[in-house]
Design a protein around this ligand. Sequence first.
Ligand SMILES: Cc1cc2nc3c(=O)[nH]c(=O)nc-3n(C[C@H](O)[C@H](O)[C@H](O)COP(=O)(O)OP(=O)(O)OC[C@H]3O[C@@H](n4cnc5c(N)ncnc54)[C@H](O)[C@@H]3O)c2cc1C
Length: 303
Amino acid sequence: MTIMTEFQQKITALLPNSELRMNELMAKHTSFRIGGPAEVMAFPKSTEELGEILKLSAFLDCKPAILGAGTNILAPDAGLPGLTICLKDGLNTMEQLDDTHIRVGAGVSMARLATFAANSGLSGLEFAHGIPGSVGGGVYMNAGAYGGEICQVCTQVKVMDMEGNVHTYTGEQMDFGYRHSRLEDDGGIVVEATFCLTPKSTEEIRSLMQDLMTRRRNSQPLDMPSAGSAFKRPVGGYAAALIEQAGLKGYRAGNAAISEKHAGFAVNLGGATAEDVKNLLRDVSDRVFENTGIRLEPEVRIW
Ligand SMILES: Cc1cc2nc3c(=O)[nH]c(=O)nc-3n(C[C@H](O)[C@H](O)[C@H](O)COP(=O)(O)OP(=O)(O)OC[C@H]3O[C@@H](n4cnc5c(N)ncnc54)[C@H](O)[C@@H]3O)c2cc1C
């Protein structure tokens, strides 16, 4: 019996209502629309269920891959062996704690969180409205846009370790940096985050959110599969500007290309493979390095 068959049998006996899918295509769960089958994908609906899944996978010595909304991931064409845990929409609680604080589950989308904050008359998450990921992915990545960043408003994070124990960290303890948090080094799964916001009129908040969304629509290829900015912002420049200066707008590797609309985006033209995207990122990084001496590093997480 394989480890995954044993996992499946044991989890079904323990949690009969747990949702498990076999050979689930990662392409269905990534904004790039790329990626082969995950051997087993679990969709926990609560922190308790997640805890049981993690305890069993630790017992079977299998380390799961953690998927949020899949908007910053390049998944392999060959698929993923073992267990993948998808948290999108699963941990979806959202509550206002007092005049300034909101507590939210990791599976809630950033757009839903920003709308909830706006409707509660709380400002500080307008920047997050157009980021297509989940709260868990946003905290893990310290997502940011238009001058806002998760670290500016996130004051507490509940993290489950791989044995199913929950730890609570303050914003400072999360060691947030540019597209970085302590979870990248230490592992662990965001299950819940608390945000401290500033009271403001809902109209003003909505107006800023709409303004930022218009700027996004006008400048980004939102009609094509991508994972947002392909490269991190290098010290002393902007990736998109360096790529454009190197004459690489529209540059193609297989069915992946640098967007004609925004040189910071790598897009799937239709039928692109993970290999196409990796070749594209490598070629672009090399050409920009030859041109400027600046080495671009991928922002997208390559699995
Ligand atoms: C069109 C488009 C525009 C974008 N614009 C922006 C932008 O303006 N700013 C920006 O910062 N990003 C942007 N992104 C990238 C992406 O949306 C963010 O990085 C987002 O925070 C990723 O969240 P996710 O839930 O999709 O994470 P995923 O892509 O699923 O995962 C990303 C990483 O986070 C980990 N992870 C996910 N959930 C958890 C969890 N609960 N606990 C622990 N680890 C977890 C994964 O293991 C993985 O390593 C954009 C992407 C697209 C497609």
